[in-house]
Design a protein around this ligand. Structure first.
Ligand SMILES: [Zn+2]
Length: 147
């Protein structure tokens, strides 16, 4: 017996739900403002046989695509740039959060960092400024120890 495939369309049972991509403009709230974002390849999850679009599918992928476009337009650090700040050998969100908090005096929750790096949320511009200052601080420390 083959395991039940969750992607099989529950409407026609004939095909697997797959993403198709089309351009779309979305409006999101960010930093208290409304942002209009053009997404050239927005994923839409649907059944190729009957066209059924199950609700809630691809929430993660769609969230990442939208937040990527938002971070780019807002000019803030991208998820991979935030992830690249930290030493991969001592990767611990709680430690990172404590370090940024003691550096900036502004409390940062560890789950926020994980969310930014995942592309599931975008740091506000005030927080982005803190992250950039912290990144510069880390670079300075590294240069000092290299000398
Ligand atoms: Zn179907």
């Amino acid at each position: 017996m083959t395991p039940r495939d969750r992607r099989i369309c529950r409407k026609c049972w004939n095909a697997k739900i797959t993403p198709v991509y089309h351009p779309e403009t979305v409006t999101v709230q960010y930093d208290g403002e409304e942002w209009s974002l053009f997404i050239p390849k927005m994923p839409v999850f649907q059944c190729p046989a009957c066209g059924h679009q199950p609700k809630g599918w691809g929430r993660y992928e769609i969230g990442q695509v939208v937040n990527h476009a938002l971070a780019k337009k807002a000019g803030v650090l991208m998820p991979d740039e935030i992830a690249a700040m930290h030493d991969p050998d001592v990767y611990n969100y709680r430690k990172i959060a404590r370090a940024i908090t003691s550096f900036s005096g502004k409390s940062v929750y560890w789950a926020s960092i994980s969310c930014w790096e995942d592309g599931m949320c975008v740091q506000g511009r005030a927080m982005d400024a803190i992250l950039r200052r912290y990144r510069r601080h880390l670079q300075n420390c590294k240069e000092r120890t290299a000398e």
